[in-house]
Design a protein around this ligand. Structure first.
Ligand SMILES: C[S@@+](CC[C@H](N)C(=O)[O-])C[C@H]1O[C@@H](n2cnc3c(N)ncnc32)[C@H](O)[C@@H]1O
Length: 173
């Protein structure tokens, strides 16, 4: 079943608590590797409650895009050393000019965003030489990467964690 925007609104209050064990044992290390590669103007797409925020290097300016206002509202709960702008918007129609960002980040949202033109939009708003950083888990499956490839992204580097159950992938175009 596909989660709707209303479903995400409804999960917002419990999301961080429900994810805590997975964060500790599976995702935190992958986020640290991935976000350490971010710099400059960063677009965090389907950013949710802001789990990536503690991992960005100082100096990054992060635009957090999510269509659920209640999810975004929790971004303020995180300690972070970066400048953050919250943007309630659909990832399939990003409200930014072409070439606005150095890096885009998509964490745990590969299959959700692959259902529309989000990755083409992400490529549009990246500057030449920009990177897309993806945190993915095995549940997503190989077919989930098709929209990313079709948008023109190619793998530049990757890390597999927890015997390959969790993947952190750095892509360029
Ligand atoms: C599984 S959560 C991931 C949140 C965060 N990236 C993380 O790593 O914890 C998926 C998020 O995607 C958002 N989302 C789903 N479809 C979206 C869309 N079309 N545009 C913007 N946000 C979307 C949901 O509101 C939710 O916050």
């Amino acid at each position: 079943m596909v989660a709707s925007r209303a479903d995400w609104d409804g999960q917002a209050a419990d999301y961080d608590e429900a994810m805590r064990p997975f964060e500790r044992h599976a995702f935190a290390r992958a986020r640290a590797w991935l976000c350490s590669r971010a710099h400059g103007d960063v677009l965090d797409v389907a950013a949710g409650t802001g789990a990536n925020l503690p991992h960005y290097p100082p100096g990054c300016r992060v635009a957090m895009v999510d269509y659920s206002r209640p999810m975004l509202a929790h971004a303020r709960d995180h300690d972070t050393r970066v400048r953050v702008a919250l943007c309630q918007s659909d990832a399939h129609r990003l409200p930014f000019l072409d070439g606005s960002f150095d890096v885009a980040v998509c964490a745990l949202s590969l299959t959700l965003l692959g259902r529309g033109p989000a990755f083409t939009e992400i490529r549009r708003v990246l500057r030449p030489g920009g990177h897309l950083l993806v945190l993915d888990h095995v549940h997503a499956g190989r077919h989930a990467w098709r929209p990313v490839r079709e948008a023109g992204f190619r793998v530049a580097d990757r890390r597999r964690l927890l015997l390959g159950l969790v993947r952190a992938v750095d892509l360029s175009f």
